[in-house]
Write a protein that binds this ligand. Structure first.
Ligand SMILES: [Fe+2]
Length: 285
């Protein structure tokens, strides 16, 4: 569709757009919000440049995409319990959000969208990669589509398969973020269909990652792992991907139902500071 209130520039073939000239301070229910939601559905990940957002602004913009979601593994900011800070200091090696995943799929009602707002970005590096898991589903053979139809994935918050150890070890290495609940991580577990249907577009997508999906319901971990890894690796093929570069004042919003993302840890020696909000709790179906 044509966009009249903003300049929408696609960044790759499969997904992703940069948006210029959007006025997120708009408090009227203007056409801009309709177009922003349309761009979100059309491009799956939208990087809105040139913003100056307070915490209150972030809650208001998030509200245009759904009710706020609670993130179990980091404390919220003062007065804004749903917004968490994502920080990597100059001298820190581990980052938050690496390894391909979709946000908090181990919750019963994972968020439809994530908002990430950049306050401080490294001079180079610190980009985020995304892939379109609806395009990845479409590209599967008829035989594989039939095989995985009806499979239910068990997602865990324990990061059991993370390189360097599970969630507690990961939190220990990060250090300076307000992380919490590592000891309860294995208790965050949810069952969701491996193939889900987007409620707004009707498109099917793969809802699986090697980081969070520990097995298929009714299967052992050993039986499940090869197919989980195949589907994960299929999703992250370059033709389904885009790369988002960051600058301060950029708000990126992505659709967790049709994407995986991976925060690239390639900026040691630089500080990076973001604010994160997830919205739109929804039972995947
Ligand atoms: Fe994430």
């Amino acid at each position: 569709m044509a966009y009249e209130t903003m300049d929408v520039r696609p960044t790759a073939g499969a997904l992703g757009a940069e948006i210029y000239g959007a006025n997120l301070k708009d408090r009227d229910d203007s056409r801009m919000w309709i177009e922003l939601r349309q761009a979100f559905l059309e491009y799956h990940v939208i990087a809105i440049r040139g913003q100056d957002m307070s915490l209150e602004d972030m809650m208001r913009v998030g509200g245009k995409f759904g009710e706020p979601c609670y993130y179990p593994f980091a404390k919220g900011m003062d007065g804004y319990p749903y917004i968490t800070e994502v920080i990597k200091e100059k001298d820190q090696r581990e980052n938050f959000g690496s390894d391909w995943h979709t946000d908090t799929m181990y919750l019963q009602k994972p968020p439809r969208a994530t908002l990430l707002y950049a306050l401080e970005t490294p001079a180079r590096g610190g980009d985020t990669l995304y892939v379109n898991t609806a395009a990845a589903y479409d590209a599967l053979s008829a035989g594989m589509k039939k095989l995985i139809e009806g499979l239910v994935g068990v997602a865990s918050g324990g990061l059991k398969h993370k390189k360097g150890g599970p969630r507690a070890a990961h939190h220990d290495r990060i250090g300076n973020m307000a992380l919490q609940n590592a000891d309860k991580a294995d208790g965050f577990e949810a069952r969701h269909p491996i193939v889900r249907t987007h409620p707004d577009t009707g498109r099917k997508s793969l809802y699986v990652s090697s980081l969070h999906t520990i097995r298929f319901d009714g299967f052992t971990e050993e039986e499940s792992k090869p197919l989980i890894d195949f589907l994960n690796d299929h999703c992250i093929e370059p033709e389904f991907s885009c790369r988002v570069r960051w600058e301060p004042g950029q708000l990126t919003i992505w659709d967790n139902r049709t994407t995986l993302h991976n925060a690239i840890n390639d900026y040691h020696g630089y500080r990076r500071q973001m604010r994160r909000l997830t919205v739109g709790p929804e039972v995947p179906a």
